[in-house]
Design a protein around this ligand. Structure first.
Ligand code: SF4
Ligand code: SF4
Length: 298
């Protein structure tokens, strides 16, 4: 049951993290207008099950007035609202308060702050730590998101010493370009299920300003600038979706087999194979594998 709509307010970000799923960075394009946000919120209301609206990116605070107005309208329509940010604005405690107070006043239900070594290194006093402290002072529900650098672990099911990669980073988007070197690879036929997403009955989807409704980053349910969001969601049938159907039947290995993709010998994880297979299918399924931004081709 779909309970959450997450706006990728923009693909633009002040950072360019190695693990970024959506290839965000300072030169990334694509930002919602307030009219588009309003239209999507109205459609979210028609679905009947959506409780939460999130604003994330990219970095949504780069478009602060737009984000604030989106939050205000979503709250007025009765939604709970969350914001995901890297808190770059919290250059001092006073500045943290300047940016967070208006969100607190609008009754934000969840503030998620990226705080890990990918973003600010391992330091005691950083913008995310200042933002978390300030949010607590303001009584805002706040959490940190911490992505660990990939680590090689022993796999108890495969026997002592058989290496697998810890699952904090998922190998899609820029992580495939930047982080897979020297990590252990496993045979592609082993990846027989999608480990993270409920593709049959998604609990949340991400919207971007190009109209894509992401079930997982870069796998779209359809385009909301062509068909209304409520119609797309209510008529969604995973079994007739050309990418989700094979993924549900047998994971990324089945996706590769279904379209005779020629896989490499080994992959770091299921997402790595899934992403690689999808890259070679982009031109075949432009409605369902989009936008190219998420594949580093924007
Ligand atoms: S992971 Fe977050 S902070 Fe880093 S580039 Fe992507 S959107 Fe920006
Ligand atoms: S296997 Fe594919 S669909 Fe599933 S989480 Fe990984 S990238 Fe997304």
């Amino acid at each position: 049951m779909l309970t959450g709509i997450h706006f990728l307010l923009s693909y633009m970000c002040n950072f360019e993290c190695d693990h970024c799923f959506v290839f965000s960075g300072p030169s990334a394009r694509g930002t919602f207008t307030i009219r588009q946000i309003q239209a999507a919120l109205e459609e979210a209301g028609k679905i009947g099950t959506v409780e939460w609206i999130y604003f994330e990116g990219g970095e949504p605070c780069l478009f602060y007035p737009l984000m604030l107005e989106g939050v205000r309208r979503a709250r007025q329509m009765g939604f709970q609202v969350g914001v995901v940010t890297n808190a770059y604005f919290a250059t001092s405690p006073e500045d943290a308060r300047l940016w967070l107070q208006p969100l607190a006043d609008l009754g934000i239900g969840d503030l998620s702050i990226s705080d890990d070594t990918f973003h600010y290194g391992d330091v005691e006093d950083s913008p995310p730590k200042r933002a978390v402290a300030c949010a607590r002072e303001l009584g805002m529900p706040v959490d940190s998101i911490c992505i660990e650098k990939p680590a090689v672990l022993e796999d108890p099911e495969q026997g002592r010493g058989a290496p697998v990669v810890g699952d904090s980073v998922m190998f899609r988007g820029r992580a495939v370009e930047k982080l897979i070197e020297e990590l252990p690879h496993r045979p592609w036929r082993e990846f027989k299920e999608c480990p993270y997403e409920d593709l049959r009955d998604p609990g949340r989807v991400h919207l971007d300003c190009y109209g894509n409704v992401h079930l997982c980053q870069g796998i779209s349910l359809g385009n909301i600038w062509e068909l209304p969001l409520s119609e797309l969601v209510l008529n969604y049938d995973a079994e007739s979706h050309p990418i989700c159907a094979p993924l549900l039947a047998g994971g990324p290995a089945a996706l590769a087999e279904a379209y005779q993709v020629d896989p490499e010998q080994g992959y770091v994880d299921a997402c790595h194979l899934c992403y690689d297979a999808r890259l070679s299918l982009l031109d075949r399924f432009p409605l369902y594998l989009a936008p190219k931004q998420v594949y580093g081709l924007g």
